[in-house]
Design a protein around this ligand. Structure first.
Ligand code: FES
Length: 154
């Protein structure tokens, strides 16, 4: 089936079988490979993108279900205030280890700061609970979100 996806502000017409996960359309059809495959069952968060501003797991989201929505991926999240603050904080604190989970971590972190610009440690723990990191960078992720919150305050 033919679909029009609005990705990072640009419309793309793609062909996809019904039920094809958005993740595969992003990676295989549109060559947007910043979004990662982790578990395939929405348990690890590596595939997180934003749909109309809210974090969603692209591995279980059918592409046709988000046709017409505003889809944002890691490649464009730095254009948002929250995304720019997260990127700056991530660099300052050297959050990343292997990096595989980090685009999903960043997309969720931006979702958190958009909803709650001054999250407590508990808020961060609760919101980020669905994003796994096999390198166990959790403490640096929490510190990075707190630092991004400070950056946003100015
Ligand atoms: Fe390696 Fe998170 S940085 S899995």
């Amino acid at each position: 089936m033919s679909l029009v996806l609005k990705l990072n502000g640009v419309e793309h017409t793609v062909d996809a079988e019904p039920g094809t996960p958005l993740l595969w359309v992003l990676r295989d059809e549109l060559q947007m490979t910043g979004t990662k495959f982790g578990c395939g069952v929405a348990s690890c968060g590596a595939c997180t993108v934003h749909v109309d501003g809210f974090p969603m797991r692209s591995c279980i989201t059918a592409a046709e279900d988000v046709a017409g929505a505003e889809i944002t991926t890691i490649e464009a999240i730095g254009a948002t205030k929250e995304g720019a603050a997260i990127q700056q904080a991530w660099e300052e604190l050297d959050v990343v280890q292997c990096g595989y989970c980090q685009s999903g971590q960043i997309m969720s972190a931006v979702g958190l700061l958009t909803e709650n610009p001054k999250p407590s440690v508990g808020d961060i723990h609760d919101y980020m609970d669905g994003n796994a990191c096999r390198c166990a960078t959790y403490q640096r992720i929490r510190a990075g979100i707190q630092r991004a919150s400070e950056i946003m305050e100015g």
